[in-house]
Design a protein around this ligand. Structure first.
Ligand SMILES: CC(C)(COP(=O)(O)OP(=O)(O)OC[C@H]1O[C@@H](n2cnc3c(N)ncnc32)[C@H](O)[C@@H]1OP(=O)(O)O)[C@@H](O)C(=O)NCCC(=O)NCCS
Length: 141
């Protein structure tokens, strides 16, 4: 159904049925990527999940808002900007990702974090506003 409305979703990607997607034509998902249960994808601008990028339950991907400096104009200063979640990155549950943000390759956004700036590859961030916690170290299982 999403593809019928213009979403570019690889057949190896997964979207849970409870996900809310504002504009399917502004969604791109590569192989192995996933939008988890109850994620809200407010994609007035393009939202991209690259390979194996995971977004967990109740996260909010917010690609639009209003300019705090132009609130009296007729359009309330609508602004939109893309969101990109790079390969192997993980956005934890109830995280908020603001417009214009890129979550770098392999990065982890901790549960409930609010992210307003790009996240460096292979780092873990958390809190509101999200701050660097540590570098991600991979171990062989
Ligand atoms: C980010 C996360 C992966 C880090 O896990 P971890 O590597 O085991 O890290 P630790 O628990 O050792 O925490 C390291 C530090 O970061 C802090 N921290 C961990 N998660 C945090 C978060 N979400 N927000 C803010 N701070 C966080 C810890 O309090 C700790 O601080 P300290 O060094 O001052 O004691 C994990 O805490 C998390 O948020 N997981 C998300 C779970 C989730 O969304 N599940 C959805 C279903 S899959």
């Amino acid at each position: 159904m999403l593809r019928a409305f213009g979403a570019k979703i690889h057949f190896g990607a997964h979207v849970y049925s409870s996900v809310k997607i504002w504009a399917p034509w502004n969604l791109k998902m590569e192989k192995g990527s996933c939008l988890g249960p109850h994620v809200i994808c407010y994609n007035q601008a393009l939202v991209t999940l690259n390979e194996n990028a995971i977004v967990s339950q109740y996260a909010y991907l917010c690609s639009a808002g209003h300019s705090a400096n132009r609130l009296i104009s007729a359009s309330f200063g609508l602004i939109v900007s893309t969101i990109t979640i790079d390969k192997n990155a993980w956005v934890g549950t109830r995280a908020y990702i603001n417009m214009g943000v890129e979550i770098g390759e392999g990065a982890v956004v901790g549960a409930t974090a609010s992210v307003f700036k790009d996240v460096e590859p292979w780092t873990v961030v958390g809190g509101n506003p999200a701050k660097f916690i540590k570098r991600r170290k991979l171990k062989d299982d």
